[in-house]
Design a protein around this ligand. Structure first.
Ligand code: CP
Length: 336
């Protein structure tokens, strides 16, 4: 495997093989599998899980890693093509990224959306401008519209919990003080659609997922024998739900408009998941969230601390599936 950029690049069988390898590495560790290999990790944006789980996973497989946080102890990197670099950035990614790639055997890059221009972010302009500079294996550690490592971890979590393939999966918008990127909701809806689930996106007016994301996920759902729809009606969405996946994201009706977004979310404080949300759901309905989560803004203590929450298992699976991805990318062929 040379690229892990988007779950949609893979066939279902390939994803199942990755999940199977993740389970194998969970049960039978291979502490020498990546001996002598080096993973480079470039974080243009903050992280807790992605940073720690990639470093831990590489170490558990016998390899090493280095971390670059541009502008924090290293030169600030310019990402804009054609920029006149008379500002804070001392180096352009066109030089910096190939240099970093030359020092390692695989590179991971996290580069969030600008959050200003929806078309530009949907086109993955920033991530693609770096992707084309890297000949080594490359991992998307969250781009403008994708987070394939989170999506694969969540797919494994659903398998670990024996959630039926056709179960009702509700991706719900939840409250946050400000607009957050669309990467996780876009990756999540696609993952659940690819798995063949009955997927419902629950969101207030003004927070519809962009049409290209919904259309792509709808095609994946149809191919897998599942379905996808969107609704603002909480009761309709959650009735019979087996998974409630809570996520915060910015208004698509006011994309890049901080004040417009703030006006819209001002009246949405009740979009904080509490026990009452599960009244019509399946008795064993689980709460998923990629983390980080703001307690009592997005999800109430009573849910995060209760038996429905599987957020810790999701975070654990970031480690297990990323080890599988790194193993596929870097382990000698006979070790596969
Ligand atoms: N879910 C996730 O990617 O977490 P971090 O932002 O902490 O890496």
């Amino acid at each position: 495997m040379r690229r892990f950029i988007d779950l949609a690049d893979f066939q279902r069988e390939e994803i199942e093989e990755l999940l199977s390898l993740a389970r194998r590495l969970e049960q039978r560790p291979e502490p020498q599998a990546l001996a002598g290999k080096v993973l480079g990790l470039v974080f243009f944006n903050p992280s807790l899980r992605t940073l720690a789980s990639f470093q831990s996973g590489m170490a558990r497989l016998g390899g090493t890693s280095f971390v670059i946080t541009p502008g924090q102890g290293t030169w600030q990197l310019e990402t804009r093509i054609g920029a006149v670099m008379n500002g804070a950035s001392a180096e352009h990614v066109r030089e910096g990224i190939p240099v970093l790639a030359s020092y390692c055997d695989a590179l991971g890059i996290r580069c969030f959306a600008d959050g200003k221009d929806l078309a530009r972010d949907l086109a993955e302009t920033q991530f693609r401008s770096m992707d084309e500079l890297v000949e080594k294996p490359l991992v998307n550690m969250e781009s403008a519209m994708n987070h394939p490592c989170q999506a694969l971890a969540d797919w494994k979590t659903l398998e670990d919990l024996s959630v039926p393939r056709r179960a009702k999966f509700v991706l719900s918008w939840v409250n946050h003080p400000r607009a957050l990127p669309l990467a996780v909701p876009a990756a999540t809806v696609h993952m659940a659609a690819m798995r063949g689930m009955e997927v419902v996106v629950l969101r207030p007016e003004g927070f519809q997922l962009p049409a290209p994301i919904m259309e792509r996920a709808r095609r994946a759902a149809e191919a897998a024998g599942g379905s996808l729809r969107e609704t603002p009606d909480r009761e309709d969405a959650l009735s019979g739900a087996q998974i409630l996946y809570a996520k915060e994201w910015g208004s698509t009706a006011h994309y890049g408009d901080v004040e417009g977004d703030a006006r819209l979310r001002a009246g949405l404080g009740d979009w904080c998941v509490g026990d009452a949300w599960f009244a019509q759901a399946a008795a064993d309905c689980r709460l998923m969230h990629c983390l980080p989560v703001r307690r009592n803004v997005a999800v109430a203590d009573e849910v995060l601390d209760g038996p429905r929450s599987v957020v810790q298992r999701e975070a654990w699976n970031r480690l297990t599936v990323q080890m599988a991805v790194l193993h596929r990318m870097l382990a000698p062929r006979h070790a596969h």
